[in-house]
Design a protein around this ligand. Structure first.
Ligand code: FEO
Length: 171
């Protein structure tokens, strides 16, 4: 059975992951408005990953005998100054999420909740990947600045990404 404090904190993280999905979906719409199909496909896959993160925590709360309580999701921004600005915003958002995951781990340790601590380690590792993949795009976009040809090349490359839902029982 999960403790009340941990249950509340995990519920807040479900909301934060849903907000991430919402923010990235807003970026999808922004990229669509620029006719950047590859950027849009990449962000759509990212948004789907965030939904998967939210559901992973949602299911864990239930499994541990807790109660999922959904709250309002705040409205995301709707436009950015450039694709680079959007990806920079995504990168700082991922850093924020990493901070939240670290706080959750601290709380699990404080509460001596080893099951939750072990569960959260997946997210600790996932955040390393998330930050790296977003930062790679930021760095490529910085190199491509002022070059529409390079931007279109990145668009084509990003368009290759497909969301692969995790298989049953796998992490
Ligand atoms: Fe669910 Fe991108 O962190």
């Amino acid at each position: 059975m999960i403790g009340k404090k941990m249950e509340k904190a995990l519920n807040e993280q479900v909301n934060a992951e849903l907000y991430s999905a919402y923010l990235y979906l807003s970026m999808v719409a922004y990229f669509e408005s620029l006719n950047l199909g590859g950027f849009s496909a990449w962000m759509r896959a990212q948004s789907q990953e965030e939904m998967m993160h939210a559901m992973k925590i949602y299911d864990f709360i239930n499994e541990r005998g807790g109660r999922v309580l959904l709250a309002a999701i705040k409205a995301p921004e709707t436009k950015w100054d450039s694709p680079l600005a959007a990806f920079e915003a995504a990168y700082s958002h991922e850093q924020y999420v990493t901070g939240r995951i670290n706080d959750l781990v601290d709380l699990a340790i404080e509460e001596k909740d080893h099951a939750t601590n072990s569960f959260l380690q997946w997210f600790v590792n996932e955040q390393v990947e998330e930050e790296t993949s977003v930062d790679n795009v930021v760095q490529n976009l910085k190199l491509a600045q002022e070059s529409p040809g390079a931007l279109l090349m990145i668009d084509r490359e990003l368009g290759q990404r497909v969301f692969a839902p995790p298989t049953q029982g796998a992490e």
